[in-house]
Design a protein around this ligand. Sequence first.
Ligand code: ADP
Length: 697
Amino acid sequence: MRPIRPHAAGPPPAHRLGGPPGATESGITGPPAEHSAGPLEIHTSPTMSTATQAAESHEFQAETRELLDLMIHSLYSEKEIFLRELISNSSDALDKLRAAKLTDDAFKGIADVEAKIELDPDSDARTLAVSDTGIGMDRDDLIANLGTIASSGTKRFLEELRTKGAKLEEAPNLIGQFGVGFYAAFMVADEVTVTTRKAGSDEAWTWRSTADGSYEIEPAMRETHGTTVRMKLKELDAEESGAKDYTEEWVLREVVKRYSDFVEYPVQMQVSREEVQRDEEGKEIEGAERETVIETVTLNSMKPLWTRPKAEITEEEHTEFYKHIARDWEAPLDVIHFRAEGTLEYTALLYLPKKKPMGLFDPNDQKSHVSLYVRRVFIKDDVEELLPVWLRFVRGLVDSSDLPLNVSRETLQHARQLGQINKRLVSKTIDAFSHLADSKREEYEEFWGEFGPVIKEGLYHDDANREAIAKVTLVRTTHGDGWSTLAEVAERAGGEGEAIHTHSAPDLATAKASPLLEAYAKKGKEVVFLTDGVDEFAFQKLTEFAGHPVRSIAKGEDEDLTSDDEKKELEESSKQHEDLLTAIQGCLSEQLEAVRFTGRLTESAAVLVSSEHAMAPHIERMMREAQGMGGVPEQKRTLELNPKHALVERMAGLRGSDDERFGKFCELLYGQALLAEGSPLGDPARFGKLVTELMID
Ligand code: ADP
């Protein structure tokens, strides 16, 4: 394949046309690295076709219009974050190009242009340009990226506004929390012009908008690949508190330092300085006029955060860095930063978010969000080999000193090393959970509320870490109102071999009201409630934990509860009422597999239980709904009766006198057992009718 070489021989490229001679939109100074001819080339061009293309006007998507409106009228005082957003976009674009050149043949031949981000303020014209030599955008990219809302952070911002029913006046705080990306430029600018050229393409395009509902796109010229965002800044408003002049050198220096210091590429700016003139010996020449010297300064330290000593990094720096990589709007809950030494050397910097990111359960985004660097060079993001799917909410990176620089998608088959790193990252992350559970319980509980269902996927899938995950798994139980870790439950369960009892229900209230709990409560045994949709699956694999068998109280017969004496008593009652049990079974043969007496009930008359390996009824229903009726066969259950309940005698009496109400009582008995476990009635109208009949009897 022919390497794509921008500006190779052939018809002059469109991006050279249509602009004033010598003009450059790039904002990047220095020689045009990819050009063979100078800017005048355009005027000798015989083909001017694209030059005459008029600007096309496009409407913004409704959502984007809404967002722009918010930006323009924003009263948010820290408007300076717009610069963080633009620099972040530039840094991403430089990352993307670097990665594409390493991995994508179409980009390999592209000549090297110094990777940098440049700020170009002009106080007279009141403009500020942010330029980069990144991957750039073609026409379709421009329409897709800057006409619609592509970023998940921004989508979430709008959603938050809607769900909170927030008003415009409340938007400021939300703007600060969410990075609203590119559109933040409209907080400080009346008009934004984006001139961009995609790496490998000959064409450049300009996108322009005053945020009035539409934007224009037209062919443009740009020296190198990359993007320039030029803002026509709003007039300074003396009334506005905290208003800053973003053409001032000190303002830009300060803002870059605050938000973008760690950005890996130089953020540069030209500054002028008055200098005294000196003679050859370096002595000041008296009386000589001061000279104006223009120099390029780099505003950020560029020191990758993770290479610095742990103790030196401040919380603010972590927060800014995390927001940069995770596109989150809140500070992280916790930081995991460590260096591994020995046979495999690497540094890992991982963050636990506070809130669920969008798409956490999106089936197309079930992968790790950890990036791989090799000796500080970004290689690839979302490296699946680095973390298991159940830790997909963790954000961060690994910087290895051992992997080769040219590891690409294909050669990421350094599976062994990555596998080793993965193992360590998982155990460090679980350690962090455990530490939070011990020392910051409230925060951990909130975190669990957000990510518990995902972590519990690990209980099912991660054989190697099941026990460790279980230790930090939070559950509600009959022991108090709060959360407990399973480790705490295990401790309370008694000696080794004593079971940990669980009970599945659609929600906590139903779980707590279950008649099945009666006997456990009486015997002082704790029961763990499993009310999360994922629990039934997660606990399927957790059959034992810390030496304790884990058992559902609604499945099989519970040996633990019944003493030998009680068993004997049950046997006798069963013999005595054999006919009654058979008759009830006869009435409900379509629904039930068996009817028997139990010692699990103390107050209630009846309860439904399943066989040892059956699914909980609400999960079975959910699966049937998801897969259609044919997919999951309905399991017949067992009705257990309390032999000491007055109802037993009453029903025995009805049956003995051949009372026609016996059948109806059976139906009612079954119906109320369904209701008690939170299952729907097969025929609610009939149930209602039977209850009414009974009431007027
Ligand atoms: P986000 O960066 O969070 O995805 P933005 O609204 O800031 O959202 O940007 C939308 C998209 O526009 C980006 O995802 C990226 O594809 C593109 N984009 C923005 N700025 C640049 C840039 N400087 N270079 C290349 N692409 C860019």
